[in-house]
Design a protein around this ligand. Structure first.
Ligand code: AMP
Length: 540
């Protein structure tokens, strides 16, 4: 038998859950509910999790952490004997979680919902999905972390409500507003920064420590390459994070690091007020995003019924204070580190129900009933209560086109607010006789002027039927449930066969019949050139 799980693949820690008799439960790996997202090499062997985290202190040059921040980037970490990309690290973490959770439950685990920050780019999402597939997991859905959190919170709620999820983790910040109506979750707006999280708060404390060391020793230890300095930086980072966490409960902490460099020991006092002042710019950035997301959703703070705090960094008292001042008193889930994974487990169970249900329908009635009971037994899900999550496209996507005066303008194809999955296509033409290729430039934004929108990429298409006349070219956007964006440009032959398709765009070059285009592409009648778009613009 196999069990479906929800995995919160976090910057700092990862958590895996499953649904047991209708309730989401965390599966403890190595005896703990949170699994450090750290990889290390020990005597040539790759280790991940708690062991790797412990090893990090001893051997920082053969260990790596917080790699989620680099996900989708073309980089690799050199750990001495081997190189690892961020995707490789995610693969080892997921593989270990899959194997260990499977042996704890004594079940096979081969399907999962994996959570990603709402503001992860298309490339980052794809890298996450590939890592999971390499680990032998069929990804039922890549789910935005705030939606997963809302699912865990909202699934027991009876009345309709508008909730805001403020999710500040180790490396990312997401803010979402969604409407929850029993089992239906509709995302109204999202904003965030995939490079802002607890690590940045730690880094500010580290800078304070470096300055003090610089004053006392007269050297900038951050620029040194010796092992003893690298190891000192690791110790400082660890102590900075500990001080930050302690300041969540205490008004003042002592940072003491004996024998930091040779016989030099470090000592410093940090009060919560000093810390709050230090991190004010980071906090302000998150508050600005709160106002922006309200604006995007066309709502005011009074429309928000609940604010949910999610992610380890929301344990900082300053977060609660700032959220209270800008919106309202937030609700803090009992196990703030686990809500995302639990929500993903609920979604995973819900997603795999219909498949089993359909399969069972093919068999006879007795088999079907047995199958349904089995699914209910494993997942505790009522088949009638399928969870519906409606994600929205948060920006308008389109291309540049020439108007009648041969001036460039932004032509939207998928509009902001469209429900996922979304698709759209427009028709354009080559602009000069005997034109051999067209370059279509892809943008995201709300302005009519391409210059004011965000450039996402471009695609050059060679024209096969070069002609004196203007050759029709179609630009097709598809955004799937996982927010992975595909752009295709297709030359449309000027024959009668494609008349219906051309007509579907109307006289104004409006949206074309996407299903018909896809049918022709599938049949091989039309040939397109495809790219996956890195929606870099999501980054900030
Ligand atoms: P997450 O990605 O949700 O697991 O959050 C990890 C981040 O939460 C890390 O940056 C931790 O330092 C931070 N964190 C965990 N516990 C606390 C705490 N008690 N106070 C402040 N930050 C914390």
């Amino acid at each position: 038998m196999s069990v479906v799980v929800g995995i919160d693949l976090g910057t700092t820690n990862s958590v895996v859950s499953y649904l047991k008799r209708g309730r989401a439960e965390v599966i403890p790996i190595d005896g703990k509910n949170i699994f450090p997202s750290v990889l290390s090499i020990r005597d040539g062997e790759i280790i991940v999790g708690s062991q790797a985290k412990a090893r990090m202190m001893l051997s920082p040059e053969t260990s790596v952490c917080s790699t989620k921040r680099d996900m989708g980037k073309d980089i690799a970490y050199d750990l001495g004997t081997e190189m690892f990309t961020p995707e490789d690290v995610a693969y080892y973490i997921l593989k270990t979680i899959k194997e260990k959770a499977g042996s704890i439950l004594e079940e096979k685990i081969d399907q999962a919902v994996i959570t990603v920050p709402a503001y992860f780019t298309s490339e980052q999402r794809e890298a996450t999905k590939r890592a999971a597939e390499r680990a032998g997991l069929n990804v039922l859905r890549l789910m935005p972390e705030p939606t997963a959190a809302a699912l865990d919170y909202g699934i027991d709620q009876q009345r309709d409500q508008i909730i805001m999820v403020y999710d500040l983790g180790g490396g990312t910040f997401d803010i979402s507003i969604m409407k929850v109506d029993k089992n239906e979750f509709e995302v109204l707006a999202v904003d965030g920064n995939s490079r802002l999280g607890g690590d940045d708060f730690d880094e500010l404390i580290c800078s304070r420590i470096y300055d003090k060391i610089n004053d006392e020793l007269g050297e900038d230890i951050t620029s040194k390459k010796d092992k003893k300095y690298i190891s000192a930086l690791m110790k400082i980072r660890e102590n900075a994070e500990k001080a930050k966490m302690d300041l969540s409960d205490l008004e003042e902490v002592e940072i003491i690091i004996p024998n930091l460099i040779d016989d030099y020991s470090f000592e410093m006092t940090l009060t919560r007020d000093e810390f709050n002042q230090l991190v004010e710019p980071l906090m302000e950035e998150t508050i600005d995003k709160i106002y922006n997301v309200l604006k995007l959703a066309n709502l005011t703070r009074d429309d928000i019924d609940r604010v949910l705090l999610v992610g380890g960094s929301t344990k900082m008292p300053i977060v609660k204070e700032k959220v209270r001042d800008s919106v309202k008193d937030p609700y803090v889930a009992p196990n703030v580190d686990e809500v995302v994974s639990r929500g993903a487990a609920i979604m995973a169970a819900s997603l795999c129900v219909p498949e089993t249900y359909d399969m069972a329908q093919i068999n006879n009635e007795v088999n079907r009933t047995n199958e349904v009971n089995r699914v209910n037994e494993i997942n505790g899900v009522n088949l009638d209560k399928k969870i519906i999550v409606k994600e929205k496209v948060v920006f308008t996507y389109g291309i540049d086109m020439l108007d009648e005066n041969r001036k460039l303008y932004f032509r939207p194809i998928i509009k902001r607010g469209s429900t996922l999955p979304a698709k759209g296509a427009v028709l354009g033409y080559t602009s000069t006789p005997l034109q051999k290729s067209v370059v279509i430039t892809i943008y995201r934004g709300e302005s009519k002027s391409v210059k004011e929108n965000q450039y996402l990429g471009e695609l050059e298409l060679d024209i096969v039927n070069v002609s004196e006349k203007n050759v029709p070219v179609c630009a097709l956007f598809e955004i799937d449930e996982n927010m992975i964006i595909t752009f295709t440009s297709i030359e449309i032959p000027m024959t009668e066969e494609y008349r219906e398709l051309m007509d579907s765009s109307g006289n104004d070059g409006g949206n074309m019949d996407v299903d018909l285009i896809n049918k022709y592409l599938l049949e091989g009648k039309l040939k397109g050139k495809k790219i996956k778009i890195d929606a870099k613009a999501h980054l900030k």
